[in-house]
Design a protein around this ligand. Structure first.
Ligand code: UT7
Length: 351
């Protein structure tokens, strides 16, 4: 059977850096006030989550999720040395789509200039923080089966428009940032023991669906929905999370997924270059590394700089460390993710 591989990778984050010092003073339009809008401290955010800063899109309602997706996609296509016209399938993972429907992948297709009568199929997938690995399994299967030859997989998130910037929403608001990451997946010419995408395994448990959810959105608007006091509590308008339950389940699923990935592939940490976990909380990743007995120096994080960018965290983290010269072409990566749904996954692949 043909094996698939990652032909190219790219990421994009907006320029605006919002530090832990600044975030408490922002309102829903990202305007800085003299008075604190949220009762939080830089120290709490850093020690409880690992986040030190995150990126926000400009606060002029000019940016959508597909905008971020396009910028990351263009970089991944350049890295893969192919053009948008070579793409015969798009998979876009997001929890912050441009609008409710149609899906954001078709907006991305138009932005890339490859829409029209011969336009390639476009999939939106909604697996939140697990979206990238869910998409990677789809892309891998499509390429292996010969269905498609160049699959563009993008994880993109515009979180900053749909967060509750009052004390009520502080547990969630401080965690998230805007950004996108993309890969191009295609056939591999070689099938050695380290070559290409070696393993993908996914799972889900719908009984956790209410533990991290958002009911409504219009992600281009600021705020993304006009709250009507007649609704009673504003829970409907903002993400709601049972943080402790999500935390514990994330550690468990990512530990088990990582162990299963090594067992299934017969690899050890000596064979693997990097562990790239989803970036939800530095403490989650430290706990996973401890329980899964992962050498500390092989764990790559980027939550300090970008917060949680949900479906974008894995490619964004890899690209961050590639730009810093740590990750090299051909490195072997084990990745594990967990998110709303609950959904989770683990994968072994070469970059
Ligand atoms: O991306 C996939 C899914 N997401 C995750 O995996 C996130 C998982 N959960 C977490 O990362 C953590 O549960 C949180 C970071 C969300 C919260 O950390 P925690 O250590 O579980 O804190 P907690 O919810 O137990 O809250 C401890 C205290 C509370 O105050 P009291 O009740 O002890 O007075 C909270 O109200 O911290 C308070 N708190 C804050 N204080 C300052 C919660 N958020 C904040 C905040 N600033 N931003």
């Amino acid at each position: 059977m043909i094996r698939s591989k990652i032909l190219g990778l790219g990421s994009y984050v907006p320029d605006r850096i919002v530090t832990n010092e600044e975030i408490a003073y922002l309102d829903a339009r990202h305007i800085r006030h003299d008075e604190k809008q949220t009762d939080t401290t830089p120290e709490w955010i850093r020690t409880r989550t690992g986040v030190e800063e995150r990126r926000y899109v400009p606060n002029d309602e000019s940016t959508t999720c597909s905008d971020l997706a396009q910028r990351a996609a263009v970089r991944a296509l350049e890295d893969a040395q192919c053009s948008a016209k070579d793409v015969d399938c798009i998979i876009l993972a997001t929890l912050s789509p441009d609008i409710h429907f149609p899906g954001t992948a078709v907006f991305l297709q138009s932005r890339l200039g490859i829409d029209g009568d011969e336009g390639c199929p476009c999939f939106d997938i909604r697996q939140q923080c697990s979206g990238f690995l869910y998409g990677l399994q789809m892309a891998d299967s499509f390429v292996k089966s010969g269905q498609y030859k160049r699959v563009l997989l993008v994880g993109a998130e515009l979180h900053s428009h749909s967060l509750d910037y009052s004390t009520r929403g502080r547990d969630v608001m401080v965690l998230f940032g805007d950004g996108a990451g993309a890969v191009v997946v295609g056939p591999s010419e070689s099938n050695g023991p380290r070559d290409g995408i070696l393993y993908t395994k996914l799972g889900a448990d719908g009984s956790g669906a209410q533990d991290l959810h958002l009911k409504v959105f219009d992600s281009q608007k600021m705020p993304h929905i006009q709250y009507d006091p007649a609704w009673g509590t504003p829970d409907v308008a903002y993400p709601q999370m049972n943080g402790k339950k999500v935390f514990l389940n994330a550690v468990r699923a990512m530990n088990l997924g990582t162990r299963a990935a090594l067992q299934a592939t017969g690899l050890t940490w000596d064979d693997v270059d990097w562990f790239v976990p989803h970036q939800a909380n530095l403490r989650i990743n430290e706990a996973v590394a401890k329980f899964a007995e992962i050498p500390e120096e092989k764990v790559l994080n980027s939550i300090q700089f970008y917060g949680n960018t949900t479906a974008a965290t894995v490619p964004l983290t890899i690209d961050h460390h590639r730009k810093a010269g740590r990750v090299k072409k051909g490195d072997l990566i084990v990745s594990a993710v967990f998110g709303a749904g609950f959904t989770w996954g683990a994968s072994v692949f070469q970059v």
